[in-house]
Ligand binder design. Structure first.
Ligand code: UT7
Length: 339
């Protein structure tokens, strides 16, 4: 537990593409129904990137908004970390293109491949860099362009995902903001916990298109370069590990459920979120939810939801927010942050 948090969130931002695709729109593409998608997942719409729009474009837009919210400039950044499994191209990483588009120079910029847990991983990495003094201001982005990574012939996955980006700018907890409450304890990251269980790597993956099995014509024909998921395995693991890691991170921060003002969970399935809420004994009204509008945007889902809740005034200065996410890896994690 950091009695004096080392790192705080100075600003949040998000970008969601304008093109909205409803469940009924998907009925024209695969054998599905609005009713099935809504009742099995809670998703009603998702946003898809426009033709020509890229992962780094979305990430850059979210990053600019987070910098504006923080009252900082690109020149203030010391590090760019981008959580994504859908970078513009295999190499270099999306973070290098975000750096280019922001017009930042020389600062380190790298991607983390932790799928839906990418933002929580990024937050943890930023906390370490700032805590050791290696960096002062860090940009962390969660961004995915999953509409181009799913198999449009596989109804069990293609209806679930959406595109978008969310970003935060972090700095030392000694940095103040005009909205800070003078009487409140110092804002910041109170604890983080990360986990990976590689024995479940096959449960949710993009099986080919990498160095083991490059994108041959056969791979492309079988859509093996697209997202594959055993939904029920992932579902069970998600309920168990999201609840367990949330309980662990609260304990590490020295907090109990009633100390948490909001939970911002990864937005994959309303049934998962409901079961996690039950296990934690925490009311669903205190969860920030937006999967109805965006579907599962993987690493972008927490920072998009966070930004929406900060901007609409749900999350207030001084409040304590729990975030938890799980996805391909299987990788998961949780964080508690005081705003
Ligand atoms: O973000 C990373 C983490 N990912 C997750 O957390 C996802 C976790 N998994 C899930 O959210 C759920 O498992 C799914 C939403 C993916 C699937 O829900 P489910 O209740 O586990 O459904 P199921 O796979 O057991 O399928 C039930 C039925 C099957 O038909 P039969 O075999 O019972 O006749 C499927 O073929 O639903 C059928 N089905 C569909 N029907 C209409 C599967 N997808 C669709 C669809 N439209 N899109």
């Amino acid at each position: 537990m950091h009695t004096h948090p080392r790192t705080r969130i100075l600003g949040t931002g998000c970008y969601t593409p304008a093109r909205v695709v409803s469940n009924s729109d998907l009925e024209a593409i695969v054998e599905t129904s609005d009713e099935w998608i809504a009742t099995r997942t809670g998703i009603r719409r998702r946003h898809f990137a426009a033709d020509g729009e890229t992962t780094s474009d979305m990430a850059t837009a979210a990053a600019r908004r987070a910098l504006d919210a923080a009252g900082l400039n690109v020149a203030d950044l010391d590090l760019i970390v981008v959580g994504t499994v859908t970078p513009d191209q295999p190499s270099p990483g999306a973070a290098t293109l975000v750096q280019q588009k922001l017009g930042a120079t020389d600062i380190p910029a790298f991607d983390i491949s932790a799928a839906c847990a990418g933002f929580v991983y990024g937050l943890t990495i930023a906390d370490q860099f700032i805590g050791t003094g290696k960096a002062r201001c860090v940009l962390v982005v969660g961004v995915e362009l999953l509409s181009r990574a799913v198999n449009w012939n596989d109804r069990t996955t293609c209806v679930l995902f959406g595109d978008g980006a969310g970003a935060v700018v972090l700095g030392p907890s000694s940095m103040t903001r005009p909205s800070d409450r003078p009487d409140a304890p110092r804002p910041g990251i109170l604890a983080t916990q990360l986990f990976t269980d590689g024995s479940l790597a096959e449960a949710l993956c993009i099986p080919a298109g990498g160095a083991a099995r490059p994108a041959t014509l056969e791979v492309l024909a079988a859509a093996e370069n697209k997202v594959h998921m055993d939904g029920q395995d992932v579902f069970r693991t998600a309920v168990k590990q999201l609840a367990a890691s949330s309980a662990q991170v609260m304990k590490a921060a020295g907090l109990v459920s009633r100390d948490i003002d909001w939970v911002v969970p990864h937005q994959a399935n309303m049934r998962i979120i409901t079961q996690v809420a039950q296990r934690l004994g925490y009311p669903l009204e205190r969860f920030v939810l937006n999967l109805e509008e965006y579907g599962n945007t993987s690493s972008a889902s927490i920072p998009i939801a966070l930004d929406e809740a900060v901007r609409d005034g749900r999350i207030q200065p001084g409040q304590q927010v729990l975030m938890c996410a799980l996805g391909a890896g299987i990788s998961w994690g949780a964080a508690v942050v005081r705003f």
